[in-house]
Design a protein around this ligand. Structure first.
Ligand code: IMO
Ligand code: MG
Length: 429
């Protein structure tokens, strides 16, 4: 198998983890390149559910995982997740997991900043972003601000201490200005130094390991977190996450050469969901939206928040394919549509009586946009658990083909249930 990058093609929660799990069986390494424990990737293996946030989705089945430099790594969250996996019988050893020495550290102060920034947005603009409050955005801000602590700093207590002074001088001034409580250095430093011996055995030069893997003919699945519409450049700014979620992020976030990225598999549900604030043209407010939420169990893995639901938006998906570098699609959760009499697909946008086929950049321009819907008949025979094209009802096949035609890239996988092998393969070379 060649390398493949798995990219969320909507607003996250598309089922990337289970697609990665399926691909990982045929690959040697799974690499995370962006995001942090704001991600929630769920795998169901033999009826047992594994919820991952920071660990690459291959580790559950003993596949080597790497966490790249593009990841925002909360050491506390990582150790807790390793503990949870061990309780489920999955041992995470340094043979199995390697962490880039240059990954940015997420600290408790980042969680406090995240919460304070959300309060500020609510107070001043009446609208928070609806972040996961994990401190991911503020940690990336520190990275770009060149005051972040990195994983490699854990090996050098004096340097770590000096870096913390700089970080705290910056943030405590802001806290003080807002009349909020400031952070003391000693407990922060103490906690980091206590965790260091548990983290450092995993730490190394991931870029070098990936290069060596390539030279030995090994293949890598790059596991994207979040999605194109949450990308810092390509998403619906400011309602985005703070990292590069697109295929290009796999190169900058791990050290792999762009020319070695291989295929880019976009993952999309056959409908749409979004958690947190921000525009969502094809959103369904009423009973239909609730039915999708119910049938799809659309609640955040991480935060438990109910997800907003709507029809699949082909305008959005087409744009995500172009800017995200996607060359094929996996459609997930087809079985959620079992039992719907009719299913709609948003095939265009309308604004002031005019058709547009792109997502307007500004919130103001987006506000007047209405979805143009095309209706499809539902099906009576369930698709749940189907594992071959000929097991799918003709109406489901017609919907898949219509999505493919609207979006312009082949649909190579369709999932029909939570287990890894509830997958229908299509057009596979
Ligand atoms: P996976 O990898 C869905 C959303 C948050 C919020 C915005 C910014 O499971 O698809 P952040 O905490 O990142 O600063 O929040 O991004 N968000 C996600 N939504 N799935 C995710 O990850 C998400 N990670 C962040 O809800 O709207
Ligand atoms: Mg998620």
């Amino acid at each position: 198998m060649s390398n493949v990058v798995v990219v969320g093609a909507q607003w996250g929660d598309e089922g990337k983890g289970r697609i990665v799990d399926w691909l990982a069986e045929r690959a040697d390494i799974v690499a995370r390149y962006n995001g942090g424990h704001n991600a929630g990737h769920t795998l169901v293996i033999d009826g047992k559910t594994y919820k991952l946030a920071l660990l690459p989705s291959g580790v559950v089945r003993g596949k080597r995982g790497v966490i790249g430099n593009g990841v925002a790594l909360d050491p506390e969250a990582l150790l807790a997740e390793i503990g949870r996996m061990e309780a489920l019988g999955v041992r995470i050893t340094p043979d199995l997991l390697q962490i880039a020495e240059t990954a940015t550290l997420v600290l408790p102060i980042h969680r406090a900043i995240d919460a304070a920034q959300e309060q500020l947005r609510t107070r001043l603009q009446e609208c928070p972003l609806g972040t996961t409050l994990r401190g991911i955005g503020p940690a990336y801000e520190d990275k770009v601000g060149r005051r972040a602590l990195r994983v490699c700093d854990l090996a050098n207590p004096e340097y770590l201490s000096a870096r913390l002074d700089l970080l705290l001088a910056h943030h405590n001034a802001w806290f003080r200005g807002l009349g909020l409580e400031t952070f003391d250095k000693a407990p922060l430093l103490g906690a980091l130094l206590a965790m260091a011996p548990k983290i450092l055995p995993f730490v190394g030069r991931v870029w070098e390991q990936l290069d060596a893997a390539h030279r030995h003919g090994q293949s890598v699945v790059f596991e994207g977190s979040q999605a194109v519409m949450l990308d810092i450049d390509w998403g619906s700014y400011p309602y985005v996450t703070s990292s590069s979620t697109v295929a290009a992020g796999a190169a900058s976030g791990t050290g792999i050469a762009p020319s070695r990225i291989g295929h880019v598999l976009g993952v999309s549900k056959v409908y749409a969901t979004r958690v947190g604030e921000g525009p969502f043209v094809s959103e369904l407010d009423g009973a239909l939206g609730e039915r999708l939420r119910d049938r799809g169990r659309e609640y955040g893995v991480n935060t438990g928040r109910p997800r907003r639901c709507g029809w699949l938006d082909a305008v959005q998906l087409r744009q995500a394919v172009k800017v995200g570098g996607i060359d094929r699609l996996a459609l997930t959760k087809l079985d959620v549509l079992d039992g719907f009499e009719t299913i709609s697909l948003c095939v265009g946008y309308e604004r002031d009586g005019q058709r547009i086929d792109y997502i307007p950049a500004s919130d103001a321009a987006l506000a007047g946009v209405r979805p143009v819907l095309r209706e499809f008949p539902g099906w009576s025979r369930p698709t749940q658990g189907a594992r071959a094209m000929d097991a799918l009802p003709a109406e489901a096949v017609a919907l898949i083909e219509a999505i493919e035609a609207e979006v312009g890239v082949p649909v190579t996988m369709v999932t029909t249930g939570a287990e890894r092998d509830d997958v229908v393969l299509r057009n596979v070379e």
